[in-house]
Design a protein around this ligand. Structure first.
Ligand SMILES: [Zn+2]
Length: 233
């Protein structure tokens, strides 16, 4: 049976809205939190994280959200070890999962996470349905504008409006994704979830940032997808 997994990065206060949606549709989440404020957004307080840990899993995501591959081994080790301790202090529960900030990982960083006593770690490699290595667990789909991103200001990125689709096109074709399913995030999510079930994959893993769900106005799409998953289980 295909497991439906979700995970949410950074620990924004808006994660509580995600948690309410997950509860409404009987879905589970892992919330990867770090103590430092990200993107000048409002972050969950320690009390809010502790309360959330009674409903969903809380994972570690480093202390200061660095690229772990670009800092010294000692600093990376400290970021990884101390974030586990911090989550355990806040929740009063064992913290078993780690998530690499920016998905940045190499064999050394992977080994540091394993040595710290975690049982697994998540990357940001997408369009995958199973993990060959529990410390390099990929995801299936990020909730973000698709096939293109809207840009609020003029930039060179305007020239590559369909960047998210372009970067994934070859892999999507390998997954036999019809062009009709590439027209919107929701259509793609539904198609890939159906594909995972039909081909009996080990998981479908949705991940995202509540801050971006808000920024891009995707709450309705998230809710409709969670409803779709619940109805097809
Ligand atoms: Zn992050």
């Amino acid at each position: 049976m295909t497991s439906f997994l979700t995970s949410w990065d950074d620990g924004y206060t808006l994660d509580l809205r995600v948690a309410d949606l997950l509860d409404r549709y009987n879905a589970k989440g892992t919330f990867y939190v770090c103590p430092h404020t990200q993107h000048r957004s409002q972050m969950m307080s320690e009390e809010q994280i502790r309360a959330l840990s009674n409903r969903h899993a809380i994972g570690a995501h480093s202390l200061s959200h660095p690229h772990l591959t670009l800092i010294s081994r000692e600093d990376a080790q400290r970021e990884i070890h101390e974030s586990k301790k911090w989550v355990e202090k806040v929740t009063g529960k064992p913290c078993t999962m780690f998530c690499y900030p920016y998905g940045a990982v190499n064999p050394h960083v992977r080994d540091l996470v394993k040595e710290a006593g975690f049982t697994g770690a998540r990357t940001t490699k997408d369009l995958e349905f199973s993990a060959a290595d529990p410390f390099l667990e990929p995801v299936t789909l990020q909730i973000m504008p698709f096939p293109g991103r809207r840009h609020s200001r003029i930039s060179w990125k305007l020239l590559d409006h369909f960047g998210p689709l372009r970067a994934r096109y070859t892999r999507l074709r390998k997954l036999q994704t019809p062009h009709a399913a590439m027209g919107s995030w929701l259509a793609l999510a539904k198609y890939l979830y159906g594909y995972a079930k039909e081909t009996n994959q080990s998981f479908f893993h949705l991940y995202g940032h509540s801050r971006e769900v808000e920024k891009y106005g995707m709450w309705g799409e998230l809710e409709e997808f969670l409803k779709y998953v619940k109805q097809s289980q």
